[in-house]
Design a protein. Structure first.
Length: 584
């Protein structure tokens, strides 16, 4: 095996083209070994294996700087830059992040990268910095998997064209985004593929780039030839390579969307090693939205490159027809589109992961909330039980969204309450509404739920006690119920409140609690700093009522164990109860 002797890109230099081709297949097997045990981005990495081998053979990293967009194509790079054991040795798989990470290897990974469309813009900074400091190195930006549809990619292209010095942009065109590609730019990429790069209508040339097309994007020899042509260029060049997503692994090429990212699987046939526990609430919401479209012809579901986040498979997207639109990886466009649709009288519903919603803060504030247009934003994954790589943490949404004026942020506690809030939000015409969608394991309601939430910021008292009030938001409501039961066993009849609204206070209720409560406890599945609990604490600040806030301390948690995180932040039911008793 050649891979055993590869400890840095310099070890590739003495290999022949045939040996490099064998090495690429060994790297592919290493990628498959890791993702089959751990899960991860399968298809994009398999498709760029030959591209990575060729890049590191031709260029001289770390002197030459390579930036991998969104990190979906960075696994082979990691194997060739001293981290192969994290792919070949099952006992070391968990030591490697799924994303570009200077914490792992600052010599070869230039940036922490977890979000899309960033590589060209980041590379533009390396490019300009090099020019200012008199450097001579090549700067290479790798972009693919639909990332060209993101606005930052356009801005990066615009800037590097203006700078005009050495940069090589490798467009990894695997004909896919996470699902299929969307957007006018991809019609041009298809035209370029069909004409083998010879079409006069060329998006990249319109920016002023030199342009080189490689049809055989999974052929090491062809890629080496292309990269050698552009190495040490004195101007911006695009190398457009046509690759196959999932190349070399049958299940991944047969169903490219399903295998973009995949949980741990049996390599022999691609079958999953285990099933996720519990009902996946966002997928249940997606099923409800699909049925609701039949009842409401004005309802349109909007995705930004990740339709699977609400279970919108290709079949369901086809059923939705014109009542579904995917804007590609362009969250800013999704929010502005929704605002415009709502203004015109349609009923737009945008569903985005909380971590990607961060990319469109200004549109939430300006395009949507300032205008007061009644679009609905489903905030997905916003929980400590969601994604746990620190570039994808989803539990900073409450500080981000709840402080935007004119935006109502709702936190359902059960699936039934979620659907009631969704139905109300779609039908009302007075507010921009965001809804914090629970993930796995949210309890079902045991009785009827409210269906009208037009009395904004009105909390709901589930049980009226005295002395201690537990205000438990969203999917931490069940934790609140548990704490109330534990307190009852210690002789404390605590009040239990479902706040429902994260963006405001029920001041009437909070004032009423002053009469017979000495301690108010807030529970939220999110960041303490800037969170819901701090708003409650501020309200009671001038009074004699004490407040305890339970949530997660602000920091970049990386690949954490949920149970450890709960204990570290005193968020187990027993710890909360013990802390409350100590406070009393």
């Amino acid at each position: 095996m050649y891979i055993e002797d590869i400890n840095s890109p310099k070890d590739l230099k003495g290999l022949t083209t045939d040996q490099l081709t064998v090495l690429a297949n060994e790297v592919r097997q290493g990628v498959l070994n890791r993702v089959s045990h751990h899960g991860g981005h399968v298809g994009p990495n398999l498709g760029f294996t030959e591209g990575t081998v060729a890049l590191h053979y031709v260029f001289n990293a770390p002197e030459d700087k390579i930036v991998y967009d969104i990190s979906h194509q960075s696994y082979p790079h990691k194997m060739l830059t001293g981290r192969k054991e994290g792919f070949l040795d099952v006992t070391k798989i968990d030591t490697i992040s799924g994303y570009s990470s200077p914490l792992e290897n600052p010599e070869y990974d230039n940036f922490e990268i977890g979000h899309t469309s960033t590589s060209i813009a980041l590379a533009s900074g390396l490019m300009k910095g090099r020019d200012i400091l008199g450097g001579k190195e090549n700067v290479i930006a790798v972009i693919g998997d639909g990332s060209l549809s993101g606005g930052e990619a356009f801005e990066g292209l615009d800037t590097v064209s203006e700078i005009g010095t050495n940069i090589i942009i490798v467009v990894n065109d695997n004909e896919m985004s996470i699902a299929e590609n969307h957007g006018g730019i991809y019609r041009n990429l298809r035209l370029l593929r069909e004409t083998k790069g010879k079409a006069e209508n060329n998006y990249f040339k319109a920016f002023g780039f030199d342009y080189l097309y490689v049809e055989e994007g999974n052929d090491v020899a062809k890629l080496i030839e292309a990269f050698q042509k552009v190495k040490d260029t004195d101007h911006p060049v695009v190398v457009h390579i046509h690759t196959e997503k999932g190349h070399g692994y049958g299940p991944a090429t047969e169903n490219k969307e399903q295998w973009h990212w995949h949980a741990a699987f049996n390599m022999e046939d691609g079958s999953p090693k285990s099933q996720e526990g519990g009902e996946y609430i966002p997928a249940m919401l997606g099923d409800w939205l699909l049925e609701e479209m039949k009842r409401d012809p004005k309802l349109v579901c909007i995705a930004a490159g990740v339709p699977a986040n609400v279970g919108f498979t290709r079949e369901k997207r086809e059923q939705a027809g014109k009542q579904y639109i995917d804007v590609g990886i362009a969250e800013e466009e999704a929010i502005a589109l929704a605002s415009g649709m709502a203004k015109r009288g349609a009923h737009p519903v945008v569903s985005l992961q909380a971590t990607f919603l961060q990319r469109t803060y200004d549109q939430l504030c300006q395009d949507l909330a300032v205008n007061g247009n009644p679009a609905v934003i489903n905030v997905l994954g916003s929980s400590i039980f969601g994604m746990n790589d620190f570039t994808h943490i989803c539990f900073f949404d409450i500080p981000m969204l709840s402080h935007i004026p004119n935006l109502v942020y709702l936190a359902p506690t059960t699936y039934e309450e979620l659907i009631a809030m969704e139905s109300w939000a779609i039908r009302q015409d007075k507010h921009s509404v965001a809804i914090r969608v629970p993930e796995y394991g949210a309890a079902h309601s045991t009785g009827p739920v409210d269906t009208d939430f037009s009395d904004i910021n009105r909390f709901k008292v589930a049980h009226r006690g005295s002395k201690v009030a537990i205000i438990a938001a969203g999917d931490f409501y069940q934790k609140g119920e548990n704490v109330v039961r534990l307190l009852a066993g210690k002789g404390i009849d605590a009040t239990l409140i479902n706040p429902r609204f994260l963006s405001g206070l029920d001041e009437q209720l909070l004032n009423e609690l002053k009469a017979d409560h000495q301690l108010v406890v807030t529970l939220e599945d999110g960041s303490l700093d800037g969170g819901f609990g701090e708003r409650i604490a501020r309200f009671y600040g001038p009074t004699d009522v004490r407040v305890m806030n339970f949530g997660v301390k602000k920091q970049l948690y990386d690949r954490y164990d949920v149970n450890d995180l709960l204990r570290e932040n005193h968020l187990t039911d027993e710890m909360i109860t013990e802390d409350v008793m100590k406070a009393l």
